[in-house]
Ligand binder design. Structure first.
Ligand SMILES: NC(=O)c1ccc[n+]([C@@H]2O[C@H](COP(=O)([O-])OP(=O)(O)OC[C@H]3O[C@@H](n4cnc5c(N)ncnc54)[C@H](O)[C@@H]3O)[C@@H](O)[C@H]2O)c1
Length: 443
C-alpha cells in the first residue's frame, strides 16, 4: 500500500518505518525541516532500539520517503495517518492545534478517495471534528463527491520498546463504521498480527476513549502502589514484599505495581489530565483520576524531600550523583521525567549535580541549560560518583541494576544511596556499610 504518515516523532517515525518494513511505500511528512533533512542523511532524531537500521535500510530501498510537503505524500497515497503531537495545553486539556491544522490542510489538498486515520491520542469527539473540517475544505473546492473516511486507530506502543511493540502489537483497535475502511486497515495490519487475530473493531468515539482509559488505568496502578508504599513506610510494612503478595493474585498480576518516584513521559501525565478535563467539560468530576495525578506529583517530590531530610535541609556546597535522566529506561525522552523536578529542586537548594544517563544527555543539556554551570554529565556510572555526597537512582536502566558496590563506596564521599526505584538489596547494602533509602520501606 501507499501510505502517508504525518508527524515523524516517536509514534509517526516508528509506525511509518514498521509499515515500510512490511513492503509498503511510506511518505513520512513533518513540518520540522531539520528533522526531515537529518532523516534523509540517516540521522535519527530519537533513540529507539532497532530503529536506526530499519530507517536507513528502508530509505535506501525507497520504501520510506521523507518530505516536508504534505501534498507529495497525499498525491501518492490512499491512506493517511495523523501522528502529530497532542501536548498538554495551559488549561491541561489536549492541545489539538496540530491535529486541526492537519485536518484543514487535508481539506485543502485531498483530490481523490482517501482513508484518514487518527493515530494521535485525541479526546472523544475529535474524529467527528476532523471529518467536519476536511469536508468543509472539500466543499469549498466543489469536491464533496470524493469519498473521505475518517477512522481512529489509537497507538499503544511503549517508548523504549516502540519498534518491538509496533511489529507485534497486543491489539489493533480500529474505530470506524465503514466496511471498506475496516477491511483496508485489517489488510495493512495483518502482517503484524500473523499468529492470531488481534483486531478490535468499534465506533470512533469508543476507540478514542479506549486509549485514554488504558493510560489512565496504568497510571492508576502506579499511583495506587505508591499510596500503599506511603502507608507501608509509616506502618513498618515493606512495600517490596507487599507488592509480591498482591501481584501473585492472578486477578491482579505484577505489571505496573512497582512503587517509584513518579510516572513521567509524554503520555501518562498529559493523557490523565486531558481525561480529567474532558470529563469536567461534560459536568463530571473524575475523583479517582484527580488523586492519581496528585499522588504522582507527591511522588516526584519524594526524592528531593528525602535528600533534604537526610542532609538536615542543608544542601549548600553538596554534590549529588544522579543515575538516570530519561523518564524510563530505553529512551532518550525526558518529557515530565522525575529527574527534572529532582535536579531543579536540589540545585535551587544550593547543590551541584553529576548526572549519568545512557541516551538522554543531549536532551538534558537543553532542559537544564539555565543551570549548565551546576550540572556535569557522564556516560560512565562510576565516574559520576567521584566526590559526591550521595547517589540517587532515578531511572532503572539495566546498566544501573547490578553495580559493583565496592567501587560505588570507594568513589562516593558518603556511603549514602537513595533509590527511587527500589532496585537494590537492602540487607546486602547494609552489610557493606551503606545508608540505603527506598520508597515504602521504613529506615
Ligand atoms: N510517545 C509515545 O510513547 C506515544 C504512544 C502512544 C501514543 N502517543 C500519541 O501519539 C501522538 C504523537 O506523539 P509523539 O510522542 O510521537 O509526538 P512527538 O512530539 O515526538 O512528534 C510529533 C511530530 O509531529 C510534528 N508535527 C507537528 N505539527 C505538524 C504539522 N502540522 N505537520 C507535520 N508534522 C507536524 C512535529 O514536528 C513532531 O516531529 C500524541 O498524540 C501522543 O499522545 C504517543
Amino acid at each position: 500500500m501507499n501510505i502517508t504518515v504525518i508527524g515523524t516523532g516517536y509514534v509517526g517515525l516508528v509506525t511509518g518505518t514498521c509499515f515500510s518494513e512490511m513492503g509498503n511505500t511510506v511518505y513520512c511528512v513533518d513540518i520540522d525541516k531539520d528533522k526531515i533533512e537529518g532523516l534523509k542523511k540517516g540521522i535519527i532524531p530519537i533513540y529507539e532500539n532497532d530503529l536506526e537500521n530499519m530507517v536507513i535500510e528502508n530509505y535506501k530501498k525507497q520504501n520510506l520517503i521523507f518530505t516536508t510537503k504534505l501534498s507529495t505524500g497525499l498525491k501518492n497515497s490512499d491512506i493517511c495517518f495523523i501522528a502529530v503531537g497532542t501536548p498538554m495545553a495551559k488549561d491541561r486539556s489536549a492541545d489539538l492545534t496540530a491535529v486541526f491544522t492537519i485536518a484543514k490542510n487535508l481539506g485543502d489538498i485531498i483530490d481523490h478517495d482517501m482513508i484518514i486515520v487518527t493515530k494521535s491520542t485525541v479526546p472523544v469527539g475529535t474524529g467527528d471534528k476532523i471529518k467536519e473540517i476536511i469536508f468543509e475544505g472539500l466543499k469549498n473546492r466543489n469536491l464533496e463527491n470524493i469519498s473521505v473516511n475518517v477512522a481512529s486507530n489509537p497507538e499503544f506502543l511503549k517508548e523504549g520498546t516502540a519498534v518491538a511493540d509496533s511489529m507485534r502489537p497486543d491489539r489493533v483497535i480500529i474505530g470506524s463504521d465503514d466496511e471498506n475502511t475496516i477491511n483496508t486497515l485489517k489488510e495493512l495490519y495483518s502482517p503484524f498480527v500473523k499468529n492470531h487475530d488481534r483486531f478490535i473493531v468499534m465506533d470512533i468515539k469508543s476507540a478514542e476513549m479506549s486509549k485514554y482509559a488504558s493510560n489512565a488505568m496504568l497510571a492508576t496502578r502506579i499511583s495506587f502502589m505508591n499510596e500503599i508504599a506511603t502507608i507501608c513506610e509509616k506502618t513498618g510494612a515493606d512495600v517490596n514484599k507487599v507488592r509480591l503478595g498482591v501481584g501473585s493474585d492472578n486477578r491482579i498480576g505484577y505489571s505496573f505495581l512497582y512503587p517509584g518516584c513518579g510516572y513521567g513521559g509524554s503520555c501518562f501525565p498529559k493523557d490523565v489530565q486531558a481525561l480529567i478535563k474532558l470529563s469536567e467539560n461534560y459536568g463530571h468530576t473524575p475523583r479517582i483520576l484527580e488523586e492519581v495525578e496528585n499522588i504522582n506529583y507527591e511522588m516526584k517530590n519524594f526524592l528531593p524531600n528525602k535528600v533534604k531530610e537526610i542532609f538536615n535541609e542543608d544542601l549548600n556546597g553538596k554534590t549529588f550523583a544522579v543515575w538516570g535522566l530519561a523518564f524510563k529506561p530505553g529512551t532518550d525522552d525526558m518529557r515530565e521525567a522525575p529527574s527534572i523536578i529532582l535536579i531543579n529542586d536540589l540545585i535551587s537548594a544550593g547543590a551541584k549535580i553529576k548526572a549519568c544517563d545512557l541516551k538522554a544527555i543531549n536532551e538534558a543539556k537543553h532542559i537544564f541549560k539555565e543551570n549548565e554551570d551546576k550540572i556535569q554529565y557522564f556516560e560512565n556510572k562510576y565516574e559520576t560518583l567521584n566526590g559526591c555526597d550521595a547517589l540517587i537512582l532515578v531511572t532503572e536502566w539495566n546498566e544501573f541494576r547490578s553495580p559493583d558496590f565496592n567501587t560505588v563506596k570507594k568513589n562516593l564521599k558518603n556511603n549514602i544511596i537513595i533509590d527511587g526505584r527500589n532496585q537494590y538489596n537492602k540487607q546486602y547494602l547494609k552489610e557493606l556499610g551503606f545508608k540505603y533509602y527506598q520508597i515504602g520501606v521504613k529506615n
